[in-house]
Design a protein around this ligand. Sequence first.
Ligand SMILES: NC(=O)c1ccc[n+]([C@@H]2O[C@H](COP(=O)([O-])OP(=O)(O)OC[C@H]3O[C@@H](n4cnc5c(N)ncnc54)[C@H](O)[C@@H]3O)[C@@H](O)[C@H]2O)c1
Length: 403
Amino acid sequence: MSVAKIALVGCGPPSRRWHGPTLTELSKRGAIEFVALCDLDETLAAQCGEAYGVPHFTSVDEMLDRHPEIMAVDIVTGDPSHHVLAKAIAERGKHVMVEKPMAITLAGCDVIIDACQRNGVHFEVAENYFRMPKQRAVIDLIEKGILGDIVRVRYVDAKAQRPFEQTARIRGLTRPFSKFGNSSGMCMDMGSHRLSQLRLFAQSEPIQISATVKRYRHSDEFISEDWAHATIEFESGAVGLYETSRLGESLAHYQITGTQGGICDHQWSHPAIPLRLQMGEEWKDVPIEFERHKVDGVDVLSRIVVHTDPQIVYVNPFREYAIDDWCVGHAAEIMSLADAALNKKEPEYGLGGRKDVEMAMAIYESSLNGSMPVKLPIAETTSYERILHEDYEARFGRPIDAK
Ligand SMILES: NC(=O)c1ccc[n+]([C@@H]2O[C@H](COP(=O)([O-])OP(=O)(O)OC[C@H]3O[C@@H](n4cnc5c(N)ncnc54)[C@H](O)[C@@H]3O)[C@@H](O)[C@H]2O)c1
């Protein structure tokens, strides 16, 4: 049986923790062929090449020249380079997948879309959260109407929580993003995951966003927002609430409220789904089982069984692999890329990655304009994006959409 031949670009922390090991496990069991990897840092490239048993390179062009059999490339580099690398690799006729967020602005996303269209290749975005088993089960419950009509979805997210500093002052968002490191601000970093989940929970497209984004600390170390709050109106009439914070006590949870039930989950990656359904006048807990087994010593999920009537069952497609619940998300995105390369199948998420960036752009734009609502889809380049494009050109010496 022929399998997709895939290469990896970028060997930073998420690559070493998740992409590299998952590509290796899928390759070991014959689902794909992990051909080669590349990182600008020679030592890192060599270490990873040795760990995964694949040839390593420090130049993407050299890797593609030496291995013309490569069909698709998994790009795990910092956000500002996604569109540049994806375009260059698509121009070589290879299918591409970029980590989230798809690009730093919508113009960056469109560089990827355009390059892939012109070269007849597919693109995927490595949004992994909705592909994790528990989240698949939650979305399945919503799609099957178990919660009734979804009326409100909420995500309160906390990242690297720190005590509130007494010297901190409230600052609005001005020129928020100028270092072009590996993250493009909280609403783009964890935000792209959470905005994706909110959209999928609501099962509807956002039509308007109002938001406030603040930066409290004044420090060169922190260049982007450390708090943001957004109200999202969905086409269906459902309301979305998103809050992200680095300051004060952690309050992380998500809540999905439907006309017949709800989920209020304080441990989003913990194997439990606190589902409650309305039965008559009362709300009742619904039992949910997580069945597990071992593969090569790894604790692997077999199935999730939701005891509704009829039962809803999620079967882990990677139950025969030594892949934990977290990496099931990465395995699924890699197989989506593989399927696109081998069978010309439309990748599972693709344009969804652009929608996540669009929601984040609307949050920043609304905040810059005194929380005025921003309509979606965004029809023209926002003032926030224009600032970012100016900074990008000043830093890299070329426009973001350079031909
Ligand atoms: N899905 C998730 O759960 C998750 C978690 C963390 C990070 N991420 C995303 O992963 C991406 C990478 O994050 P990071 O922290 O590793 O970034 P990083 O900037 O620290 O590291 C990226 C690596 O890519 C290499 N690189 C950069 N340009 C290259 C090029 N042209 N050719 C070859 N190698 C190149 C660098 O040398 C570096 O080793 C980011 O977009 C981030 O948002 C996703």
